[in-house]
Design a protein around this ligand. Sequence first.
Ligand SMILES: NC(=O)c1ccc[n+]([C@@H]2O[C@H](COP(=O)([O-])OP(=O)(O)OC[C@H]3O[C@@H](n4cnc5c(N)ncnc54)[C@H](O)[C@@H]3O)[C@@H](O)[C@H]2O)c1
Length: 387
Amino acid sequence: MTIRFGIIGLGNRGYKYALKTIQQSPDCEIEMVCDVAGKNFHQFEGVSTTRIYQEVLDNPNVDAVFIATPDGTHAEIIAACIRADKHILCEKPVEITEEKLKQIYQQAKDYSKVIEIGYVLRYARLFKKVKEFLENGVIGELVMVRATDHIPYGGYAYFHDWHRQRSLSGSLLLQKATHTLDLVNWYADSQPSEIMGFGGLAVMGEPGAQKKFGKPVDKALRCRDCLIKETCEESIVYLAKEKGLTWGEEWPDSCVFSSEVDVEDHQSIMIRYKNDVKLSYQLCQFSGFYQREFQFYGTMGELHFDDQTNEITIYSRTKQEIVTYKSSYVEKNMEPGDAEQLEDFVQAIQTGTPPLSTLKSGVIAGLTAIAAQKSIDTMEIQTLPVF
Ligand SMILES: NC(=O)c1ccc[n+]([C@@H]2O[C@H](COP(=O)([O-])OP(=O)(O)OC[C@H]3O[C@@H](n4cnc5c(N)ncnc54)[C@H](O)[C@@H]3O)[C@@H](O)[C@H]2O)c1
């Protein structure tokens, strides 16, 4: 049975996942696309288009919906999909507030159709292989994890548009770190119990403006109109020229040093899990190089990996033995795991088996990031309820 998709949200993620993954799958076809601003309609020749998502849900030929709208719109659209009885593949994070996460979980937990959340790294080969090694006990019992997200283009990716405002994205812990936090929840095979963190703005936002200009910048300032667009290291003009970062023709360009920025550009988080595993995590939006890096410490050894060398190294504590695993698989999609995630979604629809990334695990990942941000804001340790 071919799964006929409706796509809601055709921004950076939505249209690429639709074209590179859904449209390429032999099991899927795109029936209808929707974007409130009419973005990227031209990429979908012969497919019906709408700016009103309810029209996708009212279409009886749509079996499943892919939601790729901004984070703070997901719960409303998931609820509408449930009313319309559609299968749902929704981008991460599930939502941006604790209230909305808990509410949508209650509304959807007994839904009979598939709900899968786009924690795509659970599906990527290297990350799945790590899970397999840990489950096979190669380092004994897992005790501690250290994880780091290094992002050299944080300004470019998150500080020119809606991601930079807490009212729209929650925080960059919820937007970016959420992948790593979800992975550690999965690897530890447990739920966070106590969470604490520190964070702040060092390079972007008003602190950055004070350092660079000695005063705040006008809220309406955009790179395209800025006098220093050729030399400012955060300008999209400079980055396109110097670093080849050209992800979209209409890439947003509000000044990253604006006082409107109220998310943070660096965070350091500690978590103790219900099974006593401990995590130490750092997110940096202004690093010198890109990497997602993990070290796992077990009773019998260590496992290290990162997503740039694509290597997993296992160090035994009891023998003179180091094992290295290198993934030779070349990812073709926007994100590693994109195609495998879609396969899991299709399989869940066709066989009734639950997906690997469920609404429940997505809600827990979201609550983890929100609790971490709350700890930074209140300087108090946060606790998560048992789900
Ligand atoms: N899994 C991943 O690796 C990954 C990567 C990037 C983005 N994302 C997620 O994908 C989602 C979209 O992110 P993005 O970077 O593409 O954002 P974006 O701002 O580029 O695109 C969002 C699109 O949604 C449209 N939109 C907004 N409200 C709408 C509504 N009510 N109905 C229809 N269309 C609406 C906007 O016009 C815009 O075109 C976010 O939840 C983000 O966290 C996931």
